[in-house]
Structures are given as structure tokens and as C-alpha cells.
Design a protein. Structure first.
Ligand SMILES: C[C@H](O)[C@H](O)[C@@H](O)C(=O)CO
Ligand SMILES: [Mn+2]
Length: 420
């Protein structure tokens, strides 16, 4: 028996004393779906090759070598990252401009499945689910920082048609792969300085969204989500699609609300939002990210915020009300490492929560014994979940944390460093 297994057996015994079956926890973790953000691999540039300028709305900083230059390279990189993740329920989420191939003369408002078939075949071969999001940025038709809420009806028409096209492609993904594609709408629309009229852009967005969603698809094929944001670079004063805008929108239109963990005030707890929505039968798409000051897209750390989110995810999950997508894009570090570290941190947060000996604490809380709650929750921090994680990785044939970088460095030498 090697050291990993010995430590695991001791850990399993300790958890058993607390009434927790580690095997059940690992099996449940295997089945918790996670959608990997393709855009970490290409710095959100997409592969349109139209020569148009990337006009903002969504940007990345850094110039680490090895960015994927086309969909084939991006899939190769995703294969590398996926091979280093334990678990069995992966999906890949695309942005609407990460096309497999372009059709001459065709712009985003007319994309069809033909532009994404390489992705679909790749996913089917690997038994991956696919998700997608329209890309309302980095395009000349993002005018004055406004897409779906633009005052110009022709601009709005272009973006409405893009959203419709991407929803159809998502539904085709869902049909072929036998698992509904989550299609998430996030628009960068907003103003740098205080607007005179806050209402008109929101009314236009409302109408444009309703038209985008007019075509119905069965939930076995497509699930729509809408994502709010507090502010962004260049839109510091006003975001059309704020949380207050989208929360009632999602509730009245039966859409998933997307909470991006980097899109709220720094002291606001995203974990706290889950039970509020779930106890009212709402469904949530979580974008797992990390905000740092005004930026929202750093690789998530295994910090208290992520652990809290993992705990609430485990407690509120009923198998079809929570959806998880990674959402970060850091071009200052090795992009495969970004995926692997970020995804594994989320998986660790879930594992810690799945191993939580909750029995007794909830009763103490109900009885008003907050002293026991505080002491009990703090005592859990030193339980040996790390030994379970290492064993989990070993039994799923992936390296432990301290050995995960070596294959990535090798790939960097063999593949990434040869890209311009
Ligand atoms: C690339 C995505 O559309 C984007 O990350 C969005 O989900 C977001 O969070 C923008 O800040
Ligand atoms: Mn997001």
C-alpha cells in the first residue's frame, strides 16, 4: 500500500467517526458537471478571421506564449487540460465567435451549426456536453459600447439575430449530445460616466431579449441563462444588464439567472444567493471566477469565498437546478495551467463540502446554540480532506497537485512554445 492510500485510509476512518462516507462523497463528485471555459485558451479572441478589429467589451491582459490560434489548437489544449482533471462529467462552453470554420461572407448574425461542426464531432467522440454563449463584443457592431440596447435598430437587429443563431446552434448541440446546452447571454452594454437616461437602454434590452428568446426549444436541448454585471473597464458608471435588471427578467421568463462570482461588490457573498433562488424553484448558472478590484476574471483560488460557494452548491443542488461554468481568462500565465488550477480548486471546494459532517450543527443552530456552530464549523477546517483529494486524483488516474505542472510544462515545450 503506498503512502497516498495509507493516508486515505486514515482519513476515511476519521471521517467515518464523524458520520461521513468518503466513498459516497467521491462518487458524487465524479457526477457533478463542470463546464470548461474554452475562451481561457484563446484569450477571448475567437477565430473569425474577418480582419475586423476587436473593438472591446471583453478583454484580457497578458501575452504568455502559446495562445490557441484556431479551433483545432484550442481543442488540442482542452484535451490536455481535461486529461489532468479528475471526475467524469465535463462539458465545454464556447463563445459565439469561437467558430470551427468561417463561411465566406457570413457574419455572426448568420452563423449556423456548419460553423461549429468540428466542435460537435469532437465533443461527441469524447462524450462531453457542450454549452455556448453569444459574443456581443469584439466586433465593429458594438457601437458606443452598446449591443442589444443600442438606440440604432439596425445594430440591435444584428445582435438579436446573433443571439438567435447561437441559440439554434446550442439546441443542435443539445440534440446531438443528448444533454441540454446552456446558452448564456451576457452583454457588455454600459456607460463610462453617469447616464442622463438610465431607463431607455434597459427598455431596449428587455425588448431585444424577448425577441432573442422568442423561438422555443425543448429543455432537453437548450437552457437559456442571463448574466448580470456590476461594472466593467470603460463602463464604470452604468451597466444596462445589472443584477436588478436580470433577476426579475429571469424569474418572469423562466430563465436561469447566471451569477458570475466576479460580478458583484467585493464584500457581497455569492454563496448566500443560492438558497434565496433555489427555495423559490429558480435555477442558477454559476460562473466560477475571481474578482480582483475592478477585474472579474482571475483564476479562482481555494479561498473562503470559493469554499462557501462549494458548500452552498452541495446543499442546494437537486441534480437539475445548478449549473457550473468556469469563467476566467488570464493571458499572463500558462493557459492550460489556468484551466487545471481553476477547475481543480472548484472540485476541491465541492469535495470539502461533500465531506462536511453537517449532522448536529444544523440542529444546534435551530436550537440557538451558536457557540457549538462556530466551534464545530471551525473544527471542520482541519479535517484531512487533502488525503481524500490525493486518493481521488490517484484513483481517477490524474496527478496530485504537486505533480500536475510537470506534464503541462512538457506540453509547453513540445507544443505551445512552437506557436507564434
Ligand atoms: C467571455 C464571457 O462572455 C464573459 O466572461 C462573461 O461571462 C463575463 O463574465 C464578462 O465579464
Ligand atoms: Mn461570466
Amino acid at each position: 500500500m503506498n503512502l497516498t492510500e495509507k493516508l486515505y485510509r486514515v482519513a476515511a476512518e476519521i471521517y467515518a467517526e464523524h458520520g461521513v462516507n468518503v466513498d459516497v462523497a467521491m462518487k458524487r463528485l465524479d457526477q457533478m458537471p463542470l463546464s470548461i471555459n474554452a475562451w481561457q485558451g484563446d484569450d477571448v479572441t475567437g477565430f473569425e478571421s474577418t480582419g475586423h478589429a476587436l473593438t472591446g467589451g471583453c478583454q484580457v491582459t497578458g501575452n504568455y506564449p502559446g495562445r490557441a490560434r484556431d479551433a483545432d489548437e484550442l481543442r488540442q489544449d482542452l484535451d490536455k487540460a481535461l486529461a489532468l482533471l479528475p471526475g467524469k462529467a465535463f462539458r465545454v462552453c464556447l463563445q459565439g465567435h469561437e467558430v470551427d470554420r468561417m463561411t465566406p461572407g457570413r457574419d455572426r448574425d448568420a452563423f449556423t451549426l456548419e460553423n461549429f461542426t468540428g466542435w460537435l464531432d469532437w465533443a461527441a467522440e469524447r462524450r462531453l456536453g457542450m454549452d455556448i454563449a453569444p459574443a456581443y463584443y469584439s466586433h465593429p457592431k458594438l457601437v458606443n459600447g452598446l449591443s442589444l440596447s443600442n438606440p440604432d435598430p439596425d445594430i440591435r437587429r444584428f445582435w438579436i439575430d446573433h443571439g438567435k443563431a447561437i441559440r439554434r446552434i446550442g439546441a443542435a448541440f443539445g440534440r446531438r449530445l443528448g444533454s441540454p446546452a446552456v446558452c448564456n447571454v451576457w452583454v457588455p452594454d454600459g456607460y463610462k460616466d453617469r447616464p442622463v437616461d438610465r431607463r431607455a437602454p434597459r427598455e431596449r434590452l428587455l425588448e431585444a431579449l424577448d425577441e432573442t428568446f422568442a423561438e422555443n426549444f425543448p429543455e432537453t436541448e437548450l437552457l437559456d441563462a442571463v448574466e448580470s454585471k456590476l461594472f466593467g473597464i470603460g463602463v464604470e458608471s452604468y451597466t444596462v444588464g445589472s443584477n436588478d435588471f436580470y433577476l426579475p427578467y429571469a424569474a418572469t421568463r423562466h430563465k436561469l439567472i447566471c451569477y458570475d462570482t466576479g460580478h458583484f461588490h467585493p464584500t457581497e457573498s455569492i454563496a448566500d444567493k443560492l438558497s434565496a433562488i433555489c427555495c423559490q424553484q429558480g435555477r442558477i448558472l454559476l460562473h466560477i471566477s475571481r474578482g480582483v478590484h475592478w477585474d472579474s476574471d482571475h483564476v479562482p483560488l481555494l479561498d473562503d469565498a470559493l469554499l462557501d460557494l462549494g458548500r452552498e452548491a452541495v446543499r442546494n443542488d437537486n441534480g437539475h437546478n445548478l449549473y457550473f461554468t468556469l469563467d476566467f481568462f488570464d493571458a499572463s500565465i500558462n493557459r492550460i495551467a489556468a484551466w487545471v488550477v481553476g477547475a481543480r480548486n472548484w472540485q476541491k471546494a465541492l469535495l470539502v463540502s461533500l465531506l462536511e459532517p453537517a449532522a448536529g450543527l444544523a440542529e444546534a443552530e435551530t436550537a440557538g446554540d451558536f457557540t457549538s456552530c462556530l466551534a464545530g464549523l471551525e473544527a471542520q477546517r482541519s479535517l484531512p480532506w487533502g488525503a481524500v483529494w490525493n486518493y481521488y486524483c490517484a484513483t481517477r488516474n490524474v496527478p496530485p497537485d504537486d505533480a500536475v505542472l510537470e506534464p503541462i510544462r512538457q506540453y509547453e515545450r513540445d507544443v505551445l512554445s512552437r506557436r507564434d
